[in-house]
Design a protein around this ligand. Structure first.
Ligand code: GLY
Length: 421
């Protein structure tokens, strides 16, 4: 039986454990476990500001980059919330650190958030959770701007309109009333947070109640738990259902290597999404699902803590990695660290996050220079065997977003509270 390497962590210091691994991180790793959050935030500030200055059209959102320029997409694309969300994280850091330019970050974040207002009415895909919660959601959390609340609640309503009682799920892809096929993807777990949050803030389904809205999220999560996991804790990417009966038609992949392989980023969406659902509901089955996905991810992770685009890929080089999956995992592990109770488990997920963040904030995965638009390099939108393909060996805006999110959490967890004088 393959041993789960992370089970070894509690008996060793993190550094000793890393060095004990076969093919372990090189000895040049800093002896201290600390991450240079301030240094990364300074680079992030420079790169995020450079995009804002270079882009006069404040509704052209960065998506991916092979070099110094982001390719851009419009507000309806699933990635549009990540740049405004990153600006909000910069504002949060700048405000907390009392940077003199903190207010300018808020203004930037507000400007780019405003470009997404139309998306509250978008029910053509399931990703409005990503789009609006990362932008308006972070904005509301940080400023309490009352104008943001109805926008978030209306978005939740639009998203919930893709739910069908016949399947008990939200339709991720496809026309809202397609009678032939009902497609759900593991990524959809990430869009439930908006629904649960809105239900707690006066949001309702169209013509229904807040309880109905919450029910949409829990029903979706319960069926996802039943449909997406393999016995070993790996996940499927896509499940197609009969729209009338909810019966499974097919399980397959779109972005991974093969239908029975494990697409790395999908695995991290599962860790993160179920962790959130546990936090929101207290239902232990969601925590167990998240831990199962996390432990499978950790068991299959290579020594440098950044997965290949697909865990079943034979292509192990940097150009086939997905650093964005590692960033999502780091943030999810920090959530798990906060959610689990046993000290050994708390340590296990903090150590996993720390090791991942250390890898992501150093060469070769972190780019300080202006030759790259992004912070993180070596990411894959989809698994692809050709390193020159547009979808692989690239940078992805959500990798940077989850890196910043993870660093803010890491700072909150590891910085001791100021002493009361
Ligand atoms: N949610 C789309 C992706 O992860 O590529």
């Amino acid at each position: 039986m393959k041993q789960n390497r992370m089970n070894k962590i509690p008996s060793l210091t993190l550094t000793a454990w890393l060095l004990a691994l076969p093919g372990a991180l090189p000895a040049a790793q800093p002896a201290s476990d600390s991450i240079d959050v301030e240094g990364v935030m300074r680079v992030a500030a420079r790169k995020l500001a450079a995009f804002d200055v270079s882009q006069p059209k404040k509704t052209a959102y960065p998506t991916d980059a092979k070099g110094a320029q982001w390719r851009t997409v419009g507000a309806a694309d699933w990635v549009s919330g990540f740049y405004p969300g990153s600006l909000w994280y910069l504002y949060e850091y700048a405000r907390d650190q009392k940077w003199p330019e903190a207010q300018a970050w808020r203004t930037r974040a507000e400007t780019w958030t405003a470009g997404l207002e139309s998306q509250q009415f978008n029910s053509s895909h399931h990703d409005t959770g990503f789009v609006m919660f990362d932008s308006y959601g972070n904005g509301y959390r940080l400023t309490g701007n009352p104008a943001y609340l109805p926008i978030l609640n209306r978005t939740a309503q639009s998203l919930a309109s893709r739910y069908r009682a016949d399947t008990g799920m939200i339709r991720s892809w496809g026309k809202i009333d397609d009678t032939n096929k009902f497609t759900v993807i593991i990524d959809n777990m990430m869009n439930l947070e908006l629904l649960v949050w809105a239900a707690a803030h006066g949001g309702t389904t169209r013509g229904g109640t807040s309880a109905d809205l919450r029910k949409v999220a829990t029903s979706h999560a319960d069926r996802a738990l039943e449909l997406f996991f393999r016995p070993d804790g790996g996940t499927y990417h896509v499940v197609e259902l009969n729209p009338r009966t909810g019966a499974v038609l097919r399980k397959r992949t779109q972005q991974g290597k093969a239908d029975e392989s494990t697409w790395s980023r999908g695995q991290t969406w599962a860790i993160y999404g179920f962790a959130y659902m546990y936090k929101a509901t207290g239902e232990r089955r969601y925590l167990e699902a998240s831990l199962k996905a996390a432990d499978r991810y950790l068991a299959r992770l290579p020594a440098d803590f950044v997965p290949p685009a697909d865990f079943d890929s034979d292509l192990k080089g940097l150009e086939f990695k997905d650093s964005s999956a590692a960033a999502i995992a780091a943030s999810a592990f920090l959530r798990l660290h906060r959610l689990v109770e046993a000290p050994a488990l708390k340590k296990k997920y903090l150590d996993a996050a720390t090791a991942t963040l250390r890898a992501l904030t150093a060469a070769p995965y972190f780019s300080k220079g202006d030759d790259k638009a992004s912070l993180l390099v070596y990411a894959a939108r989809n698994y692809h065997a050709d390193p020159n393909h547009a979808l692989t060996n690239t940078s992805l805006i959500w990798g940077d977003y989850y890196l910043l999110e993870a660093l803010l959490q890491y700072r909150a967890i590891t910085t001791p509270p100021a002493k009361i004088k």
